[in-house]
Design a protein around this ligand. Sequence first.
Ligand SMILES: Cc1ncc(COP(=O)(O)O)c(C=O)c1O
Length: 382
Amino acid sequence: MQMNLTSKLPEVGTTIFTVMSALAQKHNAVNLSQGFPDFDGHNRLKALVSAHIEKGDNQYAPMAGLLALRETLSWKLEDQHGYGYNPESEICITAGATQAIFTAILALVHPGDEVIIIEPAYDCYAPAIKLAGGQVIRVPFDMVLRDLDTRALDEAISSKTRMIIINSPHNPSGHVISGLSMKWLEKRLEKSDIRILSDEVYEHIIFDGAQHESVIRYPGLRERSMMVSSFGKTFHTTGWKMGYCVAPTSIMNEFKKVHQFNVFCVNRPIQHALATFMKEDIGYKKLNAFYQQKRDFFCDVIKPSRFKIRPSAGTYFQVLDYSEISQDKDMDYAVKLTKEKGLASIPVSAFYAQAPEQYLLRFCFAKNEDTLIKAAEILNRL
Ligand SMILES: Cc1ncc(COP(=O)(O)O)c(C=O)c1O
């Protein structure tokens, strides 16, 4: 019998990251598409995970996460931004930033609410908003000024706006939101109930001495925000899918109501390991320099190419403009580049509902120099 199945997300297909990574594998292409390093996490961190598994730390963790890890995070955020969240009531450990984002949206967005996202936008925001019954309002990022378009944002805010989702350093553009824009946002939302979901997974990957302008640094934003981040990005362990969310207690209480039924708790041995490792090794403070060196290396080796290069201000992505090489649509060009030249990237149009006319591909430079050189050899011949 043919049964009816009405999709809740009819317009959603397989994510571009899965599509391009599969294509890269099929054509044995150099894969600068999906955002993950081709080098491994720290040996000490891996040894700690193994030790905790051997020791028998293999049963459920507390719902919000191990207190030891929440305490370490509180200390880290205090050190980083001058504000330490209460480990008992304001921090929750999640299965990657993705689960934190999904849980945050489900917890706060009611049917009919408007949620503003800044386009180009990471692909998990809009589906989560729709599943919560919310309406997605898209505001463009200012790709010329490389900052929030505060005028467009101002116009988009309405009496129905429940939440604004910001992301800095920004995937895919590599731009960062300025302190000036954060101050503007703080003032603009002063008398409203609007919440912020701040996706800061690249908080430790910001270049040229810039300050990471977290919502945590702005009291008027902090009191209305859920900040999410990812241990995967910071410790080169994206496959572990470990992240966290911090928020004031009243918001966190709502977050946890969803979290406890969404996943209840996350990987215990890894939480033990992270709590110890982050106390022993503050190497994440050097991540900016580590990735800046990779950005500079990549931009340098592709200098002879015909791509237009504006070096990223943060993240481990570099967007390149191929308008002088081809006028193909970016999806077509990305597929062609993978199949015919052996290099996979992500078309930036995948981050829009309706992309403007532009010729942009995103390349992940979280790779060993050998991989980046191989990619450059292809790019420089185009
Ligand atoms: C902007 C942004 N947010 C969230 C995520 C998801 O992070 P995680 O792998 O910890 O779920 C990513 C991963 O690429 C990302 O780029």
